[in-house]
Design a protein around this ligand. Structure first.
Ligand SMILES: Nc1ncnc2c1ncn2[C@@H]1O[C@H](COP(=O)(O)OP(=O)(O)OP(=O)(O)O)[C@@H](O)[C@H]1O
Ligand SMILES: [Mg+2]
Length: 207
């Protein structure tokens, strides 16, 4: 496949969207074709699934139901968008991908990691990110960053700091197992973080 598949991961409020906006601004300026993808969601079926997942009225959702909804949204977006865009040579940037499932549903909720890996690969048709930027941040700072935001807390965000601590630990464990991860210190300023991202991405796109 000719394109470049980049994913951004990290706990809620670590700065993924901020960095993705900086990267897309740069790609745009330099005329490098790219698409932005949001997981779960990004397709009309996926956006409906996202609404179910974030709805506070669904607090009784079984954790397996939750897992399968994420995987269902993923199966759709991988085939409907990610694979075709990569085949056309674009840079595909995903705001969360299957590492989120391992960190949230696996390490934090406690579902079996091997079973999740199987479902992740099955839904993703075996495709794998070329680069995964993990914005590593402690849960208290992330909480404080989010606090100023006007968004109503969604069902996942209401679960608190302990949950986020487990998510963070899960991401860090995963990052040690796979060379595609680049772990970034998200306590730095957005500009400092972005310089590292730009360097890594430009080394690849300029080849
Ligand atoms: N490096 C940084 N230093 C300080 N504040 C930051 C930094 N990066 C982002 N922020 C601020 O922190 C808040 C959360 O950032 P952002 O929305 O980018 O995080 P996110 O990872 O996309 O969150 P979510 O998981 O909820 O989508 C925003 O108010 C943003 O302006
Ligand atoms: Mg975001």
């Amino acid at each position: 496949m000719k394109g470049l598949f980049i994913t951004f991961e990290g706990i809620d409020g670590c700065g993924k969207t901020t960095q993705i906006e900086m990267l897309s601004g740069d790609l745009q300026k330099e005329g490098i074709p790219f698409v932005l993808i949001r997981e779960p969601g990004g397709t009309s079926i996926g956006e409906k699934i996202r609404t179910i997942l974030l709805d506070k009225a669904n607090s009784g959702m079984d954790e397996r139901t939750e897992l399968l909804l994420y995987e269902a949204a993923r199966a759709q977006i991988v085939r409907e968008k990610i694979i075709p865009e990569l085949q056309s040579g674009k840079v595909v940037i995903c705001d969360r991908f299957y590492d989120s499932t391992i960190a949230y549903q696996g390490y934090a909720r406690g579902l079996d990691l091997k079973e999740i890996d199987f479902l992740n690969n099955w839904s993703a048709a075996g495709i794998k990110p070329d680069i995964t930027f993990l914005l590593d941040l402690d849960e208290e700072t992330a909480y404080r960053r989010r606090h100023g935001r006007s968004d109503e807390e969604d069902r996942l965000e209401a679960e608190g700091l302990l949950f986020m601590k487990k998510v963070r630990g899960g991401y860090l464990s995963r990052s040690k197992e796979d060379a595609r991860f680049q772990v970034l210190d998200a306590l730095k300023t957005p500009e400092e973080i972005y310089q590292q991202i730009r360097k890594t991405v430009w080394e690849v796109v300029q080849k």
